[in-house]
Design a protein around this ligand. Structure first.
Ligand code: PXL
Length: 311
């Protein structure tokens, strides 16, 4: 466990997990519940939609659960539920953005962390159930977030910029600032391929960490990782779930990012070894055991070989 000394000395932290439930193809709620549970955190699902499989599977079924969400929120309200984190992802309708806002208002306490993964698309395209109205709603929803975790496509959509395959440092810093100005205290852009880098070391993860409004100082980091020429759906869900769990155990943001990146790298390696079809997602079941290990100093240094303060 990340914080083994605190095990049993307090109740497990709680997360309200607002995502779809996809029966096949690891991602969304199945991923969030599994990862957070392994991290010793109780994840309470508020399902936004029910799918037979994630949307990369042709012919997937889709049931919008907006009406049911309203009823669940109303019921929970009757017994004063509060969560230590509210973590949202794939929404089933644009109207659900208002329900997420309502959930944040009703179910937060003074220390609740609000993580919004603005799930809209990837590789330059919107997911099939998403449209311009959803993009607009997501722009409003991120105002209420402490942390957002868009991939490069989602960052472009939120900013109404053309989607791009690669990005240069000056542009991504401008994007990070603009996204921060929309509300969140921290912006983590994943899957950013930097145009300045060589092909072999091109996949970067860039984060901006804005300080509290009083100081008005911002910090920017770039965390690089090796380019992995393989697309696994659900990687963004794994990233945001590990990040949320790690932050709940009071790890610093760069450490939380390191933990998420390490876990994904191991997961991809193991999936390739196991011969799992990539569309089925990363073989979580085979790598969960390594999720909570301490990030030793040496290990952290390895994880940040090109850790760079961009300022
Ligand atoms: O990983 C994002 C995501 C969430 N939920 C569903 C998806 C996807 C990405 O394809 O299809 C249903």
């Amino acid at each position: 466990m990340i914080c083994s000394s605190s095990l049993n000395s307090r109740r497990p932290p709680t997360v309200l997990a607002i995502h779809d439930l996809s029966g096949f193809g690891r991602g969304s709620l199945t991923t969030a519940i599994t990862i957070l549970g392994t991290m010793g955190i109780q994840a309470c699902p508020l399902p936004t939609s029910l799918l037979s499989a994630h949307t990369e599977f042709d012919g997937f079924t889709f049931l919008d659960l907006t009406g049911e969400m309203e009823k669940i929120i109303a019921h929970w309200q009757t017994f004063g539920l509060k969560f230590d984190a509210i973590y949202s992802g794939f929404l089933g309708s644009p109207a659900q953005a208002a329900l997420v806002r309502k959930a944040i208002e009703l179910f937060s306490h003074s220390g609740t962390i609000c993580v919004i993964d603005p799930v809209l698309g990837d590789n330059g395209d919107l997911y099939p159930t998403m449209d311009a109205v959803m993009v607009q709603e997501m722009r409003m929803l991120i105002r209420d977030a402490d942390i957002i975790t868009p991939n490069l496509t989602e960052a472009a959509l939120l900013l109404d910029e053309p989607c791009r395959e690669t990005i240069d440092k000056t542009t991504i810093i401008a994007w990070l600032k603009r996204l921060s100005e929309m509300g969140p205290h921290a912006v983590v852009i994943t899957s950013a391929i930097m145009s300045e880098e060589s092909e072999s070391n091109a996949a970067s993860l860039v984060i901006a960490h804005s300080r509290p409004p009083q100081t008005r100082r911002s910090e920017f980091w770039q965390v690089k990782c090796d380019y992995i020429p393989a697309h696994y759906p659900g990687t963004g869900d794994i990233f945001a779930s590990v990040l949320t769990g790690s932050l709940l155990w009071k790890e610093e943001l760069p450490v939380a990012i390191a933990r998420a990146m390490r876990f994904i790298a191991t997961g991809i390696e193991q999936s390739e070894l196991a011969g799992e079809p990539r569309k089925n997602g990363i073989v979580l079941e085979q790598v969960l055991g390594g999720l909570n290990g301490p990030l030793s100093r040496t290990r952290s240094q390895q994880l940040f070989p090109d850790y760079e303060n961009l300022k």
